[in-house]
Design a protein around this ligand. Structure first.
Ligand SMILES: *Cc1c(COP(=O)(O)O)cnc(C)c1O
Ligand SMILES: [Zn+2]
Length: 417
C-alpha cells in the first residue's frame, strides 16, 4: 500500500471541523454527524478503471474510497452483486431501460448490510476493538452476527422483540448474543447509545457509524461500473435511516469527480412504506423538518425507523438531484414483491417491494420519465420475510402419486392459462 493515506480524517458535515480517525461519530460543537474524508488527489493518482478491472470482484475493488488504513480483514467476498437488465419488468412498468441492482444475493447474509458491516468490522479490528454490537431492524443484526463470527469477534445485537422470526433465527444461528427489546427501533437505538457510553464496544451504527455508512457507497460504485462507467439517469432507493440513499449520491459524485464515471446528470428517489414514512412525508410536504413516527406499523420492518438519523440529508440529496420521494401501502408492497418475482425471478424482502412499488408510482405520476435509464436498488432477500406474503401467493396443488391425477390437474391448469 502507498505511504500517502487515501482516507485522511473524519469531518463534521455541519461545521467542517476535522476529527481523528477514531470511534467517534458526532461533532462536539454542533452535534453534526462525522463523515469520512479522503485525499482525492492521492486517490486519483492510483485508482483507474483499468486497475479496478484487474481486482477481485468484491466491494473492496474500490478500496481507496473506503475508510480503513490497512488492507481489509473482514468481509473480503462481500459485494459485486449482479446488475440485471430487467426487460420483462420494464415492459410491465412501461419503461425503456430498467435495471435491478440485486443485493438479495449479497454475501454472506443476503442483504446490502453486508457492505456496511464489512467496513465497520474491518475498521473495528484496526482500532483494536474486540466486541462489536448494533441496533438493528433485522438485516444489520444478521450481518454483524455472521461477520463477527467469521472474524473471531464477540458480538451483541439489539433488536425490537417483534421482528420476523427468520431475521431473529438468522442472527441466533451464528452464536451471537441476541437481545430482543420490548419497544420500537428508536428505543432500541437510544438504549444502544447509552450502552455505547458505558462499554468500550464498537457499535457499528453508533460510534463506528462514519465507517459503517461509507460501505453503502460500494453499491453506487458497482452500479456505475456495471453500466459501463455510466451514471444511471434515475435511481430509486428504499430508506430506513436514509443513509444508503445519501451514500449512493456520494458514490456517484466521487466517481464523477475522479473521472471514473462519464459525466452526466442523475436523480435519486427515496422510497418508504406508508406505515413508517417520516422522510417521504417531509418531502411531500416540501419541508426539511422530519417529524418522527413514534409507532411504525408496516410489514416493511427493515425500514421501520421512526426517527431517521440521515433523514435531513436524504431530503437534501433528493432535492439537489431533482429526485423526489414516494411511499406505498402494505398491499402495494406485496403486489410489488410478486411482480418482481414473476417478471425477473428475483425474490425480494418487503424493503424490495417498497422500492418496486414506489418506482411504479413515480413512473405513473410522470416523476420518472419512461425513456431514460432507471436503476432499482433491491436490498434484501424474500426468504427472510415470508410471513408478509404467505397468505397471498396461492398453495401447492396436491395429488396422489399417479398419472391420472397429474393429467387431470395439468389439463385444468392448461385450460385456465
Ligand atoms: C437497512 C436497510 C435499508 C436502508 O437502510 P438505511 O438506514 O436507509 O441506510 C434498506 N433495505 C434493507 C433491506 C435494509 O435492511
Ligand atoms: Zn460540527
Amino acid at each position: 500500500m502507498d505511504k500517502r493515506p487515501f482516507f485522511s480524517h473524519l469531518r463534521c458535515r455541519e461545521c467542517g471541523r476535522r476529527y481523528p480517525k477514531e470511534a467517534v461519530h458526532v461533532c462536539e460543537f454542533d452535534f453534526g454527524p462525522l463523515e469520512a474524508a479522503y485525499d482525492y488527489e492521492a486517490v486519483s493518482e492510483t485508482l483507474t478503471r483499468e486497475k479496478i478491472l484487474t481486482r477481485p470482484r468484491s466491494m473492496w475493488r474500490y478500496r481507496e474510497l473506503l475508510p480503513i488504513e490497512h488492507e481489509p480483514t473482514v468481509g473480503l467476498q462481500v459485494g459485486f452483486t449482479p446488475l440485471i437488465p430487467a426487460h420483462r419488468l420494464a415492459q410491465r412498468l412501461g419503461v425503456e431501460e430498467l435495471y435491478i441492482k440485486n443485493d438479495t444475493v449479497n454475501y454472506p447474509t443476503l442483504s446490502f448490510k453486508d457492505r456496511v458491516v464489512s467496513v465497520a468490522l474491518s475498521r473495528a479490528k484496526e482500532l483494536g476493538i474486540d466486541t462489536v454490537a448494533c441496533a438493528s431492524t433485522g438485516n444489520l443484526a444478521n450481518s454483524v452476527a455472521a461477520n463477527a463470527a467469521s472474524a473471531g469477534l464477540r458480538s451483541f445485537v439489539l433488536i425490537p422483540a417483534d421482528l420476523e422470526p427468520s431475521k431473529i433465527l438468522g442472527s441466533l444461528v451464528f452464536g451471537t448474543n441476541v437481545i430482543g427489546i420490548h419497544g420500537a427501533y428508536d428505543q432500541v437505538n437510544r438504549l444502544c447509545s447509552e450502552v455505547a457510553g458505558k462499554y468500550h464496544w464498537g457499535f457499528v451504527n453508533v460510534n463506528l457509524r462514519p465507517y459503517y455508512a461509507e460501505g453503502s457507497k460500494t453499491m453506487g460504485f458497482e452500479i456505475i461500473e456495471q453500466l459501463g462507467w455510466r451514471l444511471p439517469r434515475h435511481t430509486v432507493v428504499c430508506m430506513a435511516s436514509g443513509s444508503l440513499l445519501t451514500k449512493i449520491y456520494k458514490a456517484f459524485n466521487e466517481f464523477s469527480k475522479l473521472g471514473l464515471a462519464d459525466p452526466g446528470p442523475f436523480s435519486i428517489y427515496g422510497a418508504q412504506a406508508a406505515g413508517c414514512s417520516p422522510i417521504s412525508t417531509a418531502v411531500k410536504n416540501n419541508t426539511e423538518v422530519v417529524r418522527p413516527v413514534p409507532k411504525p406499523h408496516t410489514i416493511a420492518k427493515s425500514l421501520s425507523i421512526g426517527t431517521p438519523a440521515d433523514g435531513y440529508y436524504a431530503i437534501r440529496t433528493m432535492k439537489e438531484t431533482g429526485g423526489t420521494a414516494e411511499d406505498c401501502t402494505d398491499q402495494e408492497i406485496v403486489e410489488a414483491i410478486k411482480l418482481l418475482a414473476e417478471t425477473e425471478g428475483i425474490f425480494a424482502e418487503t424493503a424490495g417491494g417498497v422500492t418496486v412499488a414506489c418506482a411504479k408510482k413515480l413512473i405513473e405520476s410522470g416523476s420518472i420519465p419512461r425513456n431514460e435509464s432507471i436503476v432499482l436498488c433491491i436490498t434484501g432477500h424474500g426468504l427472510k420475510t415470508q410471513e408478509a406474503i404467505v397468505d397471498q401467493i396461492g398453495k401447492a396443488k396436491l395429488i396422489r402419486p399417479n398419472l391420472k391425477e397429474f393429467e387431470a390437474l395439468v389439463e385444468h391448469a392448461l385450460q385456465a392459462s
